[in-house]
Design a protein around this ligand. Structure first.
Ligand code: GLN
Length: 204
């Protein structure tokens, strides 16, 4: 499985290392046409406004088509790019996950922090997860099709809709590999995702 990491800006290399550690073949994506060769994409943290500038209109449209078809995981600025609605300030999103997200929402004193949140694991219960927040956005609304995968306090901090995942923290900066593994599991799921969700098909 070939996984791309968008490498225009931000902490793409930490994602590359983590994905390779988990056995994926990783391609650093710098040009829109490279999207044609990959089975999934990670959009790293960085500055979402800068990503938009660097992508340009053509890159944005190409990425928009990609996220409709293939599994994508956005962290922090990447989560902002994937959202339907972006606040503070308002900016364009790829509308791949029906969430409203507020940039730089945690205020100065906790601009950056490491906190313990919860990974929600359905029947197997919740488990603690270290979360690194860096000028993090906050998910303010989740649409009806959105599943919450992790929380910190009362806030959803990792979500999924179809085969698109977003996290407001940086799992690539913690040692725990479970969040990236969950994404690779999504990439490997060859069954239509709504069936997996409904539990009518067992994952192997
Ligand atoms: N504050 C950044 C933004 O608004 C996101 C920060 C990050 O990716 N660590 O895009």
């Amino acid at each position: 499985m070939k996984i791309g990491v968008l490498a225009l800006q931000g902490d793409f290399d930490a994602h590359r290392k983590r994905l390779e550690e988990l056995g994926a073949e990783v391609v650093l994506v710098k040009k829109p046409e490279q999207l044609d060769d990959i089975d999934g994409l990670v959009i790293p943290g960085g500055e979402s406004g800068t990503f938009l500038k660097l992508l340009g209109e053509v890159g944005f449209e190409k990425l928009k088509q990609f996220v409709r078809l293939k599994p994508t995981f956005g962290t922090c600025a990447g989560a902002i790019l994937l959202a339907t609605e972006v606040e503070n300030p308002k900016q364009a999103g790829l509308a791949a996950i029906d969430i409203r997200i507020r940039r730089n929402a945690y205020g100065r004193q906790i601009d950056s922090s490491i906190r313990e949140g919860k990974l929600l694991q359905g029947k197997s219960g919740d488990s603690p997860l270290e979360m690194v927040f860096i000028r993090a956005p906050k998910i303010e609304r989740v649409g009806p099709e959105v599943e919450i995968l992790a929380t910190e306090g009362a806030d959803p901090v990792a979500v999924r809709q179809g085969r698109v995942m977003a996290a407001t923290f940086h799992p690539e900066l913690s040692e725990d590999t479970r969040v990236h593994q969950a994404f690779l599991d999504l990439c490997g799921a060859d069954t239509p995702f709504d069936k997996l969700r409904a539990g009518s098909v067992r994952r192997s």
